[in-house]
Ligand binder design. Structure first.
Ligand SMILES: Cc1cc2nc3c(=O)[nH]c(=O)nc-3n(C[C@H](O)[C@H](O)[C@H](O)COP(=O)(O)OP(=O)(O)OC[C@H]3O[C@@H](n4cnc5c(N)ncnc54)[C@H](O)[C@@H]3O)c2cc1C
Length: 336
């Protein structure tokens, strides 16, 4: 069989490469960025699934049921696979009664997955790349953020190249292309470095009134536990108004974000939505084969991680779990 190319060395690409090597293949791994790890390296690194299948469906109602079931059913075994490689959890559970999973140290996990994989850094997927090819380029958060005037809270290199490549070969896209997993962050002029992505997330929106820049109150009737719905709502700029400060507000203030004391004694924090990963993407089957508009697999083309759409449509689920499970599925199918 021809040598498999893996495009992208984030969680999905590295997992696919490690699994392909275990199955006797020597993949070529190309990575556009200057380092391995993709967004995993910047993340809180909690790999999780909903505890209850019904709750997953309820929270991500427009997702592809077969893909959701794949992630939900395979995650626990996939975590055991990671640990068989030597991954050591720093948390053995998520601490969230709705979810189950593990937390790892993102640097240690990246080092472990990249240990035996040769990655060509600074090497974007060549447009003429031939199959067999596993696309793991991290969706199009940079493109979506630029188009919508939002902040980017992800690696800087994922701008939809994998999707464009597959589209040119006749791939179909899922719905939900405007949806993203994201967070409210302090709006400009706050200075946000990659290491601030986690501590600067303004994750108290459930307790806030939400106002537009024009002062219109758009506070939703209810807000989901993960606040991803609020991130979609606020767009490039809004205000969170709260009774008292907290450590995230103080972090925003220290980073140069705008925090105003109002005449009524409340605090107003200027926030902006930041895109972490896109939720829509390529349509694949449960073997991670990229599908065309008629639902037929394209020859020699797989996608993994958040290049794949339709896992969390309408809600929020773990991007790392999706990357791990689909990275394994793509490698096992490509190896066959
Ligand atoms: C601050 C933060 C916190 C997070 N916390 C969590 C969490 O706790 N739990 C969770 O589940 N998820 C979390 N996430 C999301 C999670 O990190 C991502 O969903 C996940 O890493 C996606 O993995 P991926 O391999 O699909 O894509 P990526 O990690 O984006 O990797 C894609 C790789 O492809 C490369 N690439 C892009 N274009 C090309 C090209 N043309 N050619 C070759 N290579 C290319 C990129 O440089 C990158 O290295 C977090 C993310 C961030 C930023």
């Amino acid at each position: 069989m021809a040598r498999v190319t893996v495009a992208g060395a984030g969680m999905a690409g590295l997992v696919a490469a490690v699994r392909l090597r275990q199955l006797g293949h020597a993949p070529r791994v190309v990575e556009k960025g200057t380092r391995t790890g993709g967004s995993m390296l910047l993340s809180s690194c909690v790999l999780w699934r909903h505890l209850d299948w019904g709750r997953f469906r309820e929270e991500c109602p427009r997702g592809d049921e077969a893909l959701q079931r794949l992630v939900w059913e395979r995650l626990d075994g996939a975590l055991a696979w990671l640990e068989s490689l030597g991954a050591e959890p720093v948390w053995h559970d998520t601490g969230n009664p709705l979810t189950t999973g593990r937390r790892y140290d993102p640097r240690a996990l990246t080092r472990l997955l990249a240990r035996d994989v040769e990655v060509e850094l600074g090497m974007p997927l060549p447009p003429e790349a031939e199959p067999p090819l596993v696309l793991a380029t991290g969706g199009f958060p940079a493109r979506l953020a630029a188009e919508r005037g939002l902040l980017l809270r992800a690696n800087p290199w994922s701008d939809g190249a994998g999707l464009d490549h597959a589209r040119a070969r006749g791939a179909a896209l899922t719905e939900g292309l405007h949806e993203f997993y994201g967070r409210a962050m302090p709006a400009p002029p706050a200075r946000i470095r990659e290491e601030d992505f986690v501590p600067l997330a303004q994750l108290y929106g459930r307790d806030a009134r939400v106002l537009t820049d024009g002062g219109v109150d758009v506070t939703p009737v209810s807000v989901a536990w993960h606040e991803n719905d609020l991130a979609q709502l606020i767009g490039p700029s809004a205000w969170y108004v709260v009774d008292e400060t907290n450590e995230r507000i103080e972090a925003a203030r220290a980073a140069g974000g705008t925090v105003v004391e109002r005449d009524d004694g409340r605090l107003a924090v200027h926030v902006a939505a930041a895109v972490t990963h896109t939720i829509g993407g390529l349509r694949v089957d449960t073997s991670a084969r990229v599908l065309d508009e008629a639902g037929a697999p394209l020859d020699g083309l797989w996608a993994a991680g958040v290049d794949v759409g339709g896992v969390a449509t309408g809600g929020y689920a773990s991007g790392l779990a999706q990357a791990l499970v689909l990275g394994l599925a793509a490698a096992e199918s490509a190896a066959r």
